[in-house]
Ligand binder design. Structure first.
Ligand SMILES: Cc1ncc(COP(=O)(O)O)c(C=O)c1O
Ligand SMILES: N[C@@H](CCCC[NH3+])C(=O)O
Length: 436
């Protein structure tokens, strides 16, 4: 670690245009491309900025097996939001002591599965955001490692729908946290305290982040003192969540990760921990690890001039990348096939789904698109494939992995679904011949 952190993001310009076009030819579109070397680099950037911390990858950003294996090899732990994610992380080789399951109103099926996984992997940690969840774990005979999720009363993030910190759904209210923590410590092995502000935190949110971490530091010192009075084991860590943003717009400055790390350290202060050690800092970023490692490729099938704009119809839609429809999120878009001498026109890039929200951008300059052109939608590695659906009976796209800037060496890591994949779960109610 050299004390510096290259905070540049990988932009569409940094990808090899011919290489991406060749991938679209070979594997067809819509197609996700994921650069595993960039995933590793992003893990290293986080570890360099937070050398003292436990860094846990929030698996929900991209659960692809290739990504999970890459993150594990880069030495990060895994933070899982469901029993399904726990199962996938275990299958990708994460050990129990690197697995953290964050239980939010957990369905019984999830708790049963995680408690059963705990039988084989007793070092799994369950992060609990309600006293009810503690009781439900108890009822299942679980007496392992728990972490208490606290609602810090502060939310942050790129859109109101992703600000979790202030939402009552998440975590035990700060005022109730000390008593709930002591109750948890009497019944389980209470190893940590946790809070998460939200997703897509930018430099402008640094004051909120600092306030959240400060509150967690104060709470952790109160809890540590009460644990010590009761003769209970101290805390191993304080987890201040993830949410580190990446600049999707060209003009947005990148997050200064070193400044965030310094502010985090400063605001947390020292928390007495276990066996005479201080409690460690933990963070759980998802987006930062994978966002700029992924691109979505899509092909133009329609160019329709209208009085207000030119509609550029493409074969990817909100079913492949829902972020623009759901959060009005901005993703850079480039026409890979365009001759650079051609002029840019205001274009509205729209997909094939029967929803007016199925639009990637409105009236944005795009080098004159023609039918058959390949467009790249950038910074699509986080919450892209992961939030894809099969609405309108659209099978989910394929994904290929590459390693670094040479795109000639690619391998498919997710096959393109077929309609048969969609209907496999269905059973007819009557044989078709009865209709004849
Ligand atoms: C509990 C928790 N941890 C970590 C994350 C990861 O967030 P991000 O991908 O923004 O880093 C989330 C998502 O907001 C979350 O809910
Ligand atoms: N899905 C959101 C992030 C939410 C993270 C989970 N709490 C996004 O695409 O920005």
């Amino acid at each position: 670690m050299d004390g510096t952190n290259d905070d540049r993001i990988r932009r569409l310009d940094d990808w090899d245009t011919d290489g991406l076009t060749a991938l679209a030819e070979e594997f067809e579109t819509p197609l996700y491309v994921i650069d595993l070397e960039r995933v590793s680099e992003n893990c290293n950037r986080l570890r360099d900025a937070f050398p003292e911390a436990e860094v846990r990858y929030a698996v929900k950003a991209h659960t692809g097996r290739s990504v999970l294996e890459t993150v594990r090899r880069a030495g990060l732990d895994a933070e899982c939001a469901s029993a399904g994610e726990v199962e996938r992380a275990l299958a990708a080789g994460f050990r129990g002591d690197s697995l953290h399951y964050t239980a939010v109103n957990p369905p019984a099926r999830d708790l049963d599965a995680v408690v059963s996984a705990w039988d084989d992997h007793p070092d799994i940690t369950v992060t609990v955001g309600a006293a009810d969840t503690l009781d439900r774990l108890d009822e299942r005979g679980f007496d392992g490692r728990v972490c208490l999720r606290v609602n810090p009363g502060i939310g942050a993030g790129h859109h109101e729908k992703v600000r979790t910190g202030g939402h009552a759904k998440f975590g035990v209210p700060l005022s109730r946290a000390p008593e709930t923590a002591i109750d948890a410590a009497r019944r389980f092995d209470l190893v940590g305290l946790h809070a998460h502000a939200g997703s897509g935190i930018s430099g402008a949110d640094l004051a909120d982040h600092r306030e959240l971490v400060g509150r967690m530091g104060e709470l952790a010192r109160t809890v540590a003192e009460e644990l010590s009075v009761e003769g209970l084991p101290g805390l191993e860590y304080v987890d201040v969540g993830g949410g580190f943003g990446v600049p999707y717009r060209e003009e947005e400055p990148p997050l200064d990760l070193n400044a965030v790390a310094a502010a985090t350290r400063d605001a947390l202060g020292t928390v007495p921990g276990r066996d005479g050690d201080a409690a460690r800092l933990a963070i759980e970023p998802g987006r930062y690890v994978v966002a700029d490692a992924g691109v979505l490729l899509t092909r133009v099938n329609t160019v329709k001039p209208t009085p207000d704009t030119t509609i550029v119809g493409v074969d990817a839609g909100m079913t492949d990348l829902i972020r623009p429809a759901l959060y009005d999120a901005y993703h850079p878009i480039a026409n890979l096939s365009a001759n650079l001498s051609q002029e840019a026109i205001p274009a509205t890039v729209a997909g094939p789904i029967c929803e007016s929200a199925d639009v990637f951008c409105d009236n944005r300059p795009l080098t004159r698109p023609e039918r058959g052109d390949v467009l790249a939608v950038g910074i699509a590695g986080a919450y892209g494939y992961e939030m894809a659906s099969q609405y309108n009976s659209r099978p989910r796209p394929a994904e290929v992995a590459v390693d670094g800037s040479d795109l000639s060496d690619s391998r498919p890591v997710r096959h393109r679904e077929t309609v048969e994949d969609l209907t496999r779960v269905e059973r007819p109610i009557e044989p078709l011949e009865d209709h004849e």
